[in-house]
Write a protein that binds this ligand. Structure first.
Ligand code: GLY
Ligand code: MN
Ligand code: MN
Length: 429
């Protein structure tokens, strides 16, 4: 079998097409916690280094010379590391040989990627171009990466199953988070891909809400956005549920709308599709739904032209995901971010290609900070039924998010094992 790391390096070298420049890709150093004595934040090797080496050694540097290839310089294991952390010998070339490697190539331009490298000043302009090419080379995931993402999705499914079992009136947001994260570990996860979001009721309208001791009340929506990580690859999943009790008609209507938007967008995740077009059609579909629900009035074309959707759907349809929550997102070189309210938060703007994993995550929320803003209320005085909106200001919101792998044919939903039908969203107790 071909070594996947060798394939990644070959793909990168071809994308860079260098003749003279030397490239140093630094894994990075631990970051001290301010005032934390000898504590550091958990060390995460720079994704560029990790992807090109398959490991995460602190202080290591991968060097590339287009004339004679790659050398992985790694620090020797210290006695302290053996004693305190149980580290054993690392493969690679001792980092003490890096100065000699550079001296033998004196006078050639140096480009530093990955984390910064103390004492080495690289060419910043060239670094930007090489980083952009490397990012693009990393977008289609290889078999090793997809396997890790599948494992992360399976661990995430185990976490959601645990959380659903214990959600009933009286539990707190933090208790749900704890159950979810315990489930990730039981399902084979190494940890979480990002800080877990759990919001009940009005907290569900805060896009990145940090769970509190708030207690679940009957009939409230519950928004969970969380994913496990496996070997640094992650899942990024959102589900919205409703606690049993009271009249559930509005939840059903809004949930059905968001689910329909999500499913249509997923079906559109095909090679060649422009992500921005999928985002814009989702926005139109949300506008149609909000007109049907009586929150908006007027022609959808005109509402769309005026970016009315950004009041209720103030983020992009999704982003690329993989080696971290927004891995290899961004815009195709040459494309710039629009300042229009309906597009400004689009994190990704490129045509989809086979092997790209991307999140699809439409949402509709009642966000006080947006909906009570006098300037917006005046601008949209004629087309928003403000009395209806005001009656929902504490209601919360609905988001549904899956991770989709673009293929040569049908899109594959990596996170499909996590139930999302309306029936699954309506909790039985
Ligand atoms: N979990 C954050 C996001 O969905 O992008
Ligand atoms: Mn998410
Ligand atoms: Mn996401």
């Amino acid at each position: 079998m071909t070594d996947p790391i060798a394939v990644r390096r070959t793909r990168t070298a071809a994308a860079w097409a260098l003749t003279d420049e030397l490239v140093l890709i630094a894994a990075g150093e631990p970051i001290p916690v301010p005032g934390g004595a000898d504590q550091t934040y958990p060390f995460l090797a720079h994704p560029e280094y990790l992807w090109l080496t398959g490991h995460a050694h602190v202080g290591a540097v991968l060097a590339f010379d287009p004339r004679d290839g790659w050398v992985d310089f790694v620090p020797p294991v210290t006695e302290a590391e053996r004693v305190w952390e149980g580290h054993t010998e690392r493969g690679g070339t001792p980092i003490g040989e890096l100065p000699g490697w550079l001296a033998a190539r004196r006078g050639r331009p140096i480009v530093v990627l990955g984390s910064g490298l103390a004492g080495v000043r690289g060419d910043a302009l060239r670094a930007e171009a090489l980083r952009s090419a490397l990012l693009h080379a990393r977008r289609p995931k290889d078999a090793l990466e997809v396997a890790a993402m599948r494992e992360a999705a399976a661990a995430t499914a185990a976490g959601y199953a645990r959380a659903v079992e214990m959600m009933r009136a009286g539990v707190t947001e933090r208790a749900v988070r704890n159950a979810l994260e315990a489930g990730f570990a039981e399902g084979g996860g190494d940890g979480t891909g990002y800080d877990t979001i759990v919001g009940f009721g009005s907290d569900a309208a805060v896009l990145h809400f940090s769970p509190t001791t708030r207690v679940l009340a009957p009939g409230e929506p519950i928004l969970i956005d969380a994913g496990a990580s496996v070997r640094r690859y992650i899942a990024d999943v959102t589900r919205t549920y409703r606690a049993a009790g009271g009249e559930d008609g509005f939840f059903r209507d809004l949930y059905a709308l968001v689910l329909a938007v999500e499913e249509r967008a997923i079906a559109g995740c095909r090679a060649g599709a422009e992500w921005r077009d999928l985002h814009l059609s989702a926005a139109r579909q949300i506008l149609e739904g909000l007109v049907a629900l009586g929150f908006l009035r007027g022609a959808v074309d005109s509402l769309f032209e005026r970016d009315v959707h950004a009041l209720f759907f103030p983020h992009g349809l999704g982003h690329m995901v993989g080696l971290g929550v927004r891995d290899a997102s961004g815009y195709l070189p040459g494309r710039v971010r629009s300042t229009r309210p309906g597009l400004a938060n689009l994190r990704t703007d490129l045509p989809l290609q086979p092997g790209y994993p991307i999140t699809v995550e439409p949402g509709v929320y009642f966000i006080r900070a947006l909906l009570t803003d006098p300037a917006r209320r005046e601008r949209y005085a004629d087309c928003v039924a403000w009395d209806r909106v005001d009656a929902r200001l504490d209601w919360g919101g609905v988001r549904i998010e899956d991770d989709v792998l673009v293929t040569d044919g049908e899109p594959e939903v990596l996170t499909r094992a996590i139930p999302k039908s309306l029936d699954a969203a309506l909790l039985p107790r």
